[in-house]
Design a protein around this ligand. Structure first.
Ligand code: NAD
Length: 277
């Protein structure tokens, strides 16, 4: 049995995958959740598992779920789940998997998110908004209410949500994403207030520009990376492992008196007015 267990959504790529690696290296049992089945298979293969990922539907008895041992002195374990975080079934299933696989749940990293610019007056703009809100806000709300009973049963725990510096500021054309990340920052505050009495802390990390597949359209343009880096006080984009470190801090006992906050990890981008060169 592992000492502690974590559920991580959006685990197949980028920041979520870096969180899987960090929490596993520190001895956590990990339930890795993602809609990308191939990405999860790749994660499991990296962890030394030949087992296929579990599926969210139809639910199978939790005890039958595959668990893969990673190499390492503490023998951390990894379980994967293919699911869409915007569905209530995902929240229920990932919590069940943690309890069935590890006998406990201590931390949830609700990280899955999507972006995508859309012109205000384009056909399908409101449908795009609906989908972004479904994943980035509804998915987080489902995650919080789903894991809370298991955290409570263990005497408390920590939930860390991946928000965005884009929840604090806006760039042209990205209004739907900005709306979703602004909403999730206040959702985190509200959940922190409601769950504090149950010893469940709820916080957010707000990454700035970070080198992941989400940002591939920008990363493929060196001139864009160069220009944006010049606006960042630290003069570069962040890495997924740097965001995972911020998540780890908020999840850990080092942050035991911190709840309802958003930790901005953006190289100083949102502190930089930028109006005067
Ligand atoms: P990423 O695209 O590398 O990873 C996101 C993962 O989420 C993918 O594996 C994807 O399959 C998964 N996912 C998407 N929709 C899902 C759904 N409905 N159900 C389950 N899984 C789903 O991107 P990333 O940069 O690692 O993004 C992680 C989080 O960080 C997101 O919430 C994103 O908004 C946020 N963020 C990223 C940046 C950045 O610059 N990369 C900046 C600010 C915030």
């Amino acid at each position: 049995m592992v000492a502690q267990a974590v559920v991580i959504t959006g685990a197949a790529s980028g920041i979520g995958r870096a969180c899987v690696e960090l929490f596993a290296a520190r001895g956590f049992g990990v339930v890795a959740v993602d809609a990308d089945e191939a990405g999860l298979a790749d994660l499991a293969a990296d962890a030394g598992s030949a087992e296929p990922p579990a599926s969210s539907a139809p639910p199978a008895p939790p005890a039958s779920q595959p668990a893969a041992c990673l190499d390492g002195a503490v023998r951390p374990r990894l379980v994967t789940l293919v699911a869409d975080v915007s569905t209530p079934e995902c929240g229920a299933r990932m919590t069940e998997l943690a309890l069935a696989s590890f006998g406990r749940l201590d931390v949830a990293v609700l990280n899955a998110g999507i972006g995508g610019t859309v012109p205000w007056e384009a056909d399908g703009a409101i449908e795009r908004l609906d989908r972004i809100l479904a994943v980035n806000v509804r998915g987080v709300a489902i995650g919080i209410r789903s894991v809370a009973p298991a955290l409570r049963a263990g005497g408390g725990g920590s939930i860390v949500v991946t928000a965005s510096s884009g929840g604090l500021q806006a760039d042209p054309g990205n209004w739907a994403y900005h709306a979703s990340k602004g909403a999730v920052i206040n959702l985190v505050r509200a959940a922190a207030v409601d769950y504090a009495a149950q010893n469940i802390r709820v916080n957010a990390v707000a990454p700035g520009l970070t080198e992941t597949s989400l940002m591939a359209p920008y990363l493929s343009q060196p001139a864009v990376v160069e220009a944006s880096s010049q606006r960042i006080p630290l003069q570069r984009w962040g890495r997924a492992d740097e965001q995972a470190s911020a998540v780890w801090f908020l999840a850990s006992a080092a942050a035991s008196y911190i709840t309802g906050t958003t930790l901005v990890a953006d190289g100083g981008l949102t502190s930089h007015h930028g109006a005067v060169p």
